[in-house]
Ligand binder design. Structure first.
Ligand code: ADP
Ligand code: ASP
Ligand code: MG
Length: 416
């Protein structure tokens, strides 16, 4: 049972979450609990690091981890106390105590190994382990690491895999995964089931309800993930019944497959266009090599075939946070690349349409082009893959575009 930040935002919510745990444990289930930091705490800790190191901008990522990992330590202890207060045997575990061994990539570490045996031993004593999410420890240096923002989801799925749990329940502030972010699309519908592959696309293309790596891990280890609400009254739920929520599972478990399952969007994009680039072998390498070396993740790439065989334009997108660094990197490589002009924009958004059914349906994207054209929304770039396509548009039209496509593909809930 994993509880996210809003679900443990204050003592009342922590006590409410503890009652969810009590219900399951009283029903005879062996449960391990994973908690996030209280809502807003991680942001505050990140801001403190930034202020402490403000002159040099780049500060020691190991110390960043030492600071931001504390948020989860607090909630783990508080949750254990709240459980004990309800008469349940419980103790907190920090990442290094379990241990959750990770890579050395401070701030975005990957889990390498978790020994589930210690947890399983404690189940025998009817003790509920409360594990601090988001954090681990690097095997060689023994230093505290964190798993990247939203990383408690990944802690939970990894622990579920390590103890071979029947299910990994993600308790959050929505009662499941919706066809689009319910904050932007009021008529979004809850999905009863969604395939790992689709959830992976939804998450990596902007739906922040689950961290991307947690879905990846679930897919690799075949952990069934159930996204549900922590705001439901704990005692109104039948621990053996079918509560509302979304099961993220294997494609084979889903009977009725829609063509389009969901729409994701992201405003964290920036567009860079290189004008009149020489059209000759080696130019793409001269552009994307230095960007890769600078650890900049390039996403959409659009290049035209030149008419005269000499020059063409090339457009690509990068995370908005890396925009300036990307421009600087390209300018530095100007001589090797050979181009006339560099343009860019940060007021862009990427809208993505996702569905496994697209594999066997033609013309799905064409419908979107027509619908957006009718709304006079211009498309700057397009990318497609087997189960999704993405469109880059002006950020000002994000909500209109998402809602238009949501209706177009029949995802709207009937008006109440
Ligand atoms: P937690 O703190 O529990 O980890 P998050 O804020 O990380 O919760 O994730 C839950 C939020 O994800 C929801 O409040 C919702 O606004 C947002 N979200 C974005 N896309 C979706 C979607 N397709 N379905 C459900 N929630 C979504
Ligand atoms: N507290 C961490 C964050 O805000 C991890 C998480 O909530 O999953 O990113
Ligand atoms: Mg989250």
């Amino acid at each position: 049972m994993k509880f996210g930040g809003t679900s443990v935002a204050d003592i009342d919510r922590i006590r409410n979450a503890a009652r969810h745990v009590k219900r399951e444990s009283a029903a005879g289930h062996e449960v391990a609990v994973v908690v996030s930091a209280m809502a807003g705490v991680t942001n505050q800790l990140v801001a403190l690091c930034e202020t402490a190191g403000k002159e040099r901008h780049v500060y020691d990522r190991r110390e960043y981890d030492a600071v931001v990992a504390t948020g989860e330590q607090v909630t783990a202890g508080l949750m254990a106390i709240a459980l004990q207060d309800l008469g349940i045997k419980a103790r907190s575990w920090q990442g290094w105590q379990l241990p959750i061994l990770t890579s050395a990539a401070h701030g975005a570490a990957r889990i390498a190994d978790i020994d589930g045996a210690a947890l399983i031993r404690h189940f025998k004593d009817k003790e509920v382990p409360v594990i601090a999410g988001f954090q681990g420890v690097h095997k060689e240096t023994g230093r505290v690491t964190t798993l990247g923002r939203g990383g408690s989801d990944t802690s939970a799925v990894a622990i579920a895999a390590a103890i071979r749990a029947e299910r990994c329940d993600i308790y959050t502030d929505v009662d499941g995964v919706y066809t689009s972010d319910p904050r932007v699309v009021p008529r979004a519908k809850r999905l009863d089931k969604v395939a790992f592959e689709e959830m992976l696309e939804l998450a990596s293309l902007g739906a922040k309800v689950m961290q991307v790596r947690s879905v990846e891990l679930g897919m690799v280890h075949n952990v069934r993930i159930f996204v549900r609400s922590s705001f439901d009254a704990p005692d109104s739920i039948d621990p053996h019944g079918n509560p509302p929520g979304t099961l993220i599972c294997d494609e084979g478990e889903i009977m009725e497959q829609q063509t389009v399952t969901g729409i994701a969007f992201s405003r964290d994009e920036a567009q860079i266009s290189i004008r009149q680039v020489q059209d000759k072998p080696g130019v793409a390498a001269a552009i994307f090599g230095p960007l890769a070396a600078a650890n900049i993740n390039v996403d959409m790439i659009v290049q035209n075939v030149s008419a005269d065989g000499k020059t063409t334009d090339l457009t690509f997108t990068v995370p908005a946070a890396d925009y300036q660094r990307s421009l600087d990197t390209i300018k530095k490589a100007k001589e090797a690349i050979g181009y006339q002009r560099l343009d860019g924009a940060t007021d862009v958004a990427k809208i993505s349409v996702i569905g496994i059914g697209m594999r066997s349906h033609a013309g799905v994207a064409a419908e979107a082009f027509r619908a957006l054209a009718e709304r006079a929304i211009n498309i700057r770039a397009i990318t497609t893959s087997e189960i999704k396509f993405s469109l880059l548009i002006d950020a000002a039209y994000t909500e209109l575009a998402v809602r238009t496509l949501h209706s177009l593909y029949g995802l709207d809930q009937a008006a109440p």
